[in-house]
Design a binder for this molecule. Structure first.
Ligand code: ADP
Ligand code: TZD
Ligand code: MG
Length: 577
């Protein structure tokens, strides 16, 4: 065997080195990622520190799920991927719910998780926090990648960003083996390896035939309806959408998070005539809204007996015909599609027949009138209407505040009672109806927008993320949490059907003082037992611009099972004991 010759080639002095930590940070910064939502620990503790020292804003949470929900909604609010950073196995799994939630809701997000030694994981030899994270993440997100070599960090981050943002946005998993962070390479070569993603969400223009087809369907409509979904809000094509709605003269219905895209008191809003427009319309144009369970899949009693024609604007071609036949699919990004429609409508577009527009308006005005006195009641204990009537006024006075909302009755009543006045100000449970988004979304809303945040939370819903009020206090965020405390899930009155000592499964500790939790971390605590007290407390909290929690005592009997979706509960055929 020949002797191995000594290396005679590299006599030049080696240049400065960089490492995986710095390359990752540089790659993120190059792509304008400014904020990271994380929980520290092996192997990402130093990464968090270095991100902070390199000028990124690093928000350290108490639980990864909430860091994940923060990243997901940051993506929705900014059209840039929200980044969540977690430790391996358990931290990764805690973040995964949020990644799946982001994907389900079409929010761009990147979950970056540290991971353990590949060789040991693959031989299942029991490493610290061992888990094949990439394989587990794959079915739950839009794309999943692992970066194994420092020189691939640039391209890996670029792929993650483009995958999250392009087409239908969604969640992306990026696996960061601990060993990667410590890898070194020549600094100049490292810098060259970074990739700035050019045009990460390219415009997707609709085909001209598809535009003509859609306009023809619209033209022939007698009772048209526009439905705006959160995809329309995400698209940030606010002016074009408003122009389209107004030029068309058609009534429109905003889905929950599309409220405020046009102000809810807009004359064409059919928000308070939902049942009528779903049932009676003959043509429906969906803009960034899916015909999923939230719209009863486009069929059934709610939609009336006559067949309707659907026009569907969405960036995802597979969404067309997903539940029912779409007469005019318009595939493209919402901005481009809406502009194409506006152009095609010309200057003399005829508004729908007055009989239809007037019928919707009459129904809406009647419903609003009927609701008004309920919202002014000053009952003690408060019911949902009395409490939300007050909060409706506060939101009207503070249209820039971001409203975060979760719960069952607390969600459903707040959604229908509180008008939104500007786009992307209402953040809620999204497509899954997930409890626990509250504090994470509140934190990201404050961090990403600098606007004040008002959270309206069921007491159960709040409990899922309640510990993050420490995070809110630590970062001194202008978040006011109102807990609708009815001592339970849906109601506080259930009794244990067995007659045993345990309380019913839906009931919590009576007279709980959630306000004291906030005080424990230095925030402001309030208790409100009447609408007047609630008004005073929330205004004081919002004026203070500091972390605050108002414990709003709600009538234990006021709620109904599952809020508005009790019909989805399966029924047992066996008589209950
Ligand atoms: P909602 O729950 O408010 O009804 P969904 O989440 O069901 O809304 O629907 C959002 C839809 O918007 C998704 O089908 C998604 O593909 C689509 N979407 C998201 N961003 C865009 C965009 N920029 N252009 C076109 N469609 C988009
Ligand atoms: N777990 C998760 C993650 N999401 C869920 N949606 C649920 C459980 C089930 N669930 C609901 O759908 S609403 C709700 C739960 C537990 C709480 C309702 O109680 P609340 O609101 O106190 O938040 P109200 O005002 O009492 O109805
Ligand atoms: Mg409750």
């Amino acid at each position: 065997m020949p002797d191995i010759a000594p290396d005679t080639e590299t006599h030049e002095e080696a240049g400065p080195l960089t490492d995986g930590f710095h390359l990752l940070i540089d790659a993120l910064k190059l792509n304008e990622v400014e904020n990271v939502y994380m929980v520290p620990g092996i192997p990402v503790t130093d990464l968090g520190r270095m991100m902070q020292s390199e000028g990124m804003r690093v928000l350290s949470f108490r639980h990864e799920q909430h860091a994940g929900y923060a990243a997901a909604i940051a993506g929705y609010l900014t059209k840039k991927p929200g980044v969540c950073l977690t430790v391996s196995a358990p931290g990764f799994l805690n973040g995964l719910t949020a990644l799946a939630h982001a994907t389900t809701n079409c929010y761009p997000m990147i979950l970056m998780s540290g991971s353990s030694e590949r060789e040991i994981i693959d031989l299942m030899q029991g490493d610290y926090e061992e888990m094949d994270q990439l394989a587990i993440a794959k079915p739950l997100c839009k794309a999943a990648f692992r970066i194994n070599h420092a020189e691939d960090i640039g391209i890996g981050v670029a792929r993650a960003i483009r995958a999250a943002l392009s087409g239908r946005p969604g969640g992306v998993y990026l696996d960061i083996p601990g060993a990667l962070l410590g890898q070194t390479m020549d600094a100049a070569a490292g810098e060259k390896s970074l990739v700035k993603v050019i045009d990460p969400a390219p415009a997707q223009l609709p085909g001209p035939n598809a535009v003509t087809r859609a306009l023809n369907v619209l033209k022939n409509a007698e009772r048209p309806l526009i439905i705006l979904g959160k995809g329309a809000a995400y698209a940030q094509a606010d002016d074009a959408i408003k122009a389209l709605v107004e030029k068309s003269g058609m009534p429109y219905l905003p889905m929950s998070m599309a409220k405020g895209l046009l102000p809810d008191d807009h004359p064409q809003s059919a928000g308070a005539a939902r049942s009528l427009v779903l049932k009676e319309s003959d043509t429906v144009m969906l803009i960034g809204a899916r015909l999923n369970w939230l719209l009863s899949h486009g069929k059934g009693k709610q939609w009336g007996s006559e067949p309707k024609k659907f026009i569907h604007i969405d960036i995802e071609p597979k969404e067309m015909d997903s539940n029912i036949e779409i007469a005019a699919p318009l595939v493209g990004d919402i901005g481009s599609c809406v502009h194409a429609l506006l152009d095609g409508m010309g200057d003399d577009w005829a508004h729908p027949p007055a009989s239809w527009v007037d019928a919707v308006k009459t129904k809406r005005d009647t419903n609003v009138e009927r609701m008004a006195p309920k919202l002014q009641n000053n009952n003690v204990p408060m019911d949902y209407h009395g409490a939300l009537g007050v909060l409706k006024g506060i939101v009207a006075d503070r249209p820039d505040a971001i409203l975060v909302n979760e719960g069952a009755n607390t969600l459903d009543f707040a959604r229908s009672i509180i008008d939104m006045h500007k786009p992307r100000k209402r953040l809620d449970v999204g497509t899954w109806g997930v409890m626990g988004i509250g504090m994470g979304q509140a934190i990201a809303a404050a961090v990403e927008t600098d606007n004040p945040v008002l959270c309206i939370e069921g007491d159960s819903a709040f409990g899922f993320s309640g510990m993050e009020i420490e995070t809110i206090c630590r970062y001194k965020l202008p978040v006011c949490v109102v807990v609708f405390n009815n001592s339970g899930i849906y109601r506080g009155t259930d009794v244990n059907p067995s007659g045993g000592d345990d309380v019913a499964t839906t009931v919590f500790v009576k007279d709980a003082r959630y306000d004291k939790m906030m005080e424990a971390f230095g925030g402001l605590g309030f208790i409100a037992t009447s609408p007047d007290e609630l008004k005073r407390a929330v205004n004081e909290a919002m004026d203070a611009g500091r972390p605050a929690l108002v414990n709003a005592v709600i009538d234990e009997q006021a709620g109904t099972e599952s809020g508005r979706i009790g019909n989805l509960n399966p029924q047992s055929v066996v008589a209950q004991k």
